[in-house]
Write a protein that binds this ligand. Structure first.
Ligand code: GLA
Length: 386
């Protein structure tokens, strides 16, 4: 999408002089359901963005046009707002958090157009949150650090939207660099940019085209089960605050004292953290096959121990693994639908895509969207500064 197109579309709804911002969705390569356990994640931003054009108003209203929903909404920043289970919750939640942080927002007209598919597990919500945060902070002349933007987006989602997510999605949408994935320690928020250039393989993402209703309630339930695990393990390991603090060998010794479900959840998180660390060693040694094996193990653990996969995701993973070009395949994101991420040999990527699409359609009657993503730049201002 070009700057001109966005501006043109803005002018078909609003007047004024807009500034345009963009924030990407993400795909997580490995490290699933570890972020809220203070663990490690390894996502990359995708080349699908949410674009947002913002122009100031003279009152304290936010008027928002969503191109995707073909709908406009207007509310006053002075009204008492609460969740409406509506797309505008992400904007309202971010506005709320900015004001709680002491930023006094002027009214604004916002035009939003997103390329990130909704409900696909590619963080369309983090993309809209981060684009909104940059746009509203700009309209208030406030400058915040990238980390502050990410944290306030997470708070908006936790408090306003009611989804107890971790920090991964907002953090990668804000911090991503072109050509890199990001290795993030979700405890310290220290990170490193890991170059992901390869002439041999590419990242293929396959969309199941389903999102099961229970996704967010089960997500919050998993998080509570992890907290229960920490509470119980603390009897033997008094120093721990999160599953991040428990080693695999400690867990192996103590698991029999835990309720079976809690033990499975803990095993996934603790082993997944190990896999993320191990995956970095594989990349450093240019061992793509080793990296891909860890992706496969990650999926099996999410399916069997964490139980956040579903029939459609397992089918896509099985179909992918049966193709010779696929090195590794796993579900990505929260689960219960959404996408798989696959490491695929570049020279056979077309045949991989064709086979997956026809076999998945044949088995389910659904036509899966398939994307070949390149690691992309994080949230940024699109229009040049005046
Ligand atoms: C969702 C959440 C993230 C993370 C993933 C699972 O995308 O928003 O914080 O927990 O699920 O890894």
């Amino acid at each position: 999408m070009t700057e001109e197109t966005i501006l043109e579309k803005f002018y078909s709804h609003f007047v004024g002089t807009p500034t345009v911002f963009a924030a990407p969705g993400r795909v997580n390569l490995i490290g699933e359901h570890t972020d809220y356990n203070d663990g490690y994640v390894f996502p990359m931003a995708i080349n699908f963005y949410t674009y947002l054009a913002v122009a100031p108003r003279h009152d304290r209203n936010l008027q928002i046009w969503s191109e995707n929903m073909q709908e406009t909404i207007l509310f006053s920043l002075d009204s008492n707002r609460s969740r409406r289970n509506h797309w505008s919750d992400y904007v309202a939640g971010v506005a709320d958090e900015l004001e709680k942080q002491g930023v006094i927002l002027p009214g604004a007209d916002l035009y939003i157009d997103s390329q990130v598919p909704v409900g696909a597990g590619l963080s369309s919500s983090a993309a809209i949150e981060m684009a909104t945060a940059l746009a509203l902070a700009h309209s208030a002349n406030a400058s915040l650090e990238k980390k502050e933007f990410a944290l306030l987006g997470q708070r908006a989602e936790n408090r306003f939207v009611g989804m107890n997510c971790g920090i991964m999605d907002q953090f990668i949408s804000m911090h991503a660099e072109d050509g890199h994935a990001l290795m993030l320690d979700c405890r310290s928020l220290e990170f490193s940019q890991v170059p992901l250039k390869s002439d041999a393989v590419c990242i293929v993402v396959c969309n199941t085209m389903v999102k099961h209703e229970l996704a967010s309630s089960e997500y919050n339930k998993r998080r509570a089960e992890c907290e229960e695990g920490v509470r119980l393990l603390r009897a033997q390991l008094p120093g721990i605050t999160h599953l991040r603090d428990v080693s695999l060998s400690q867990f192996n010794q103590l698991q029999f004292g835990l309720p079976a479900i809690v033990a499975k959840r803990c095993r996934h998180v603790i082993s997944e953290n190990q896999r993320v660390l191990h995956s970095q060693a594989c990349l450093a040694a240019h061992d793509l096959a080793g990296f891909a094996r860890l992706m496969n193990e990650s999926h099996n653990s999410l399916r069997d121990d964490y139980e956040v996969s579903c029939g459609e995701l397992d089918l896509l993973v099985d179909l992918a693994r049966s193709h010779a070009a696929c090195l590794g395949s796993r579900m990505t994101g929260g689960g219960f639908g959404g996408c798989t991420v696959n490491l695929v040999r570049l020279d056979q990527a077309d045949s991989f895509v064709e086979q997956i699409q026809s076999a998945y359609s044949f088995r389910t009657g659904l036509h899966p969207q398939v994307y070949i993503f390149t690691p992309s730049r994080g949230a940024h201002r699109v229009t040049a500064a005046q």
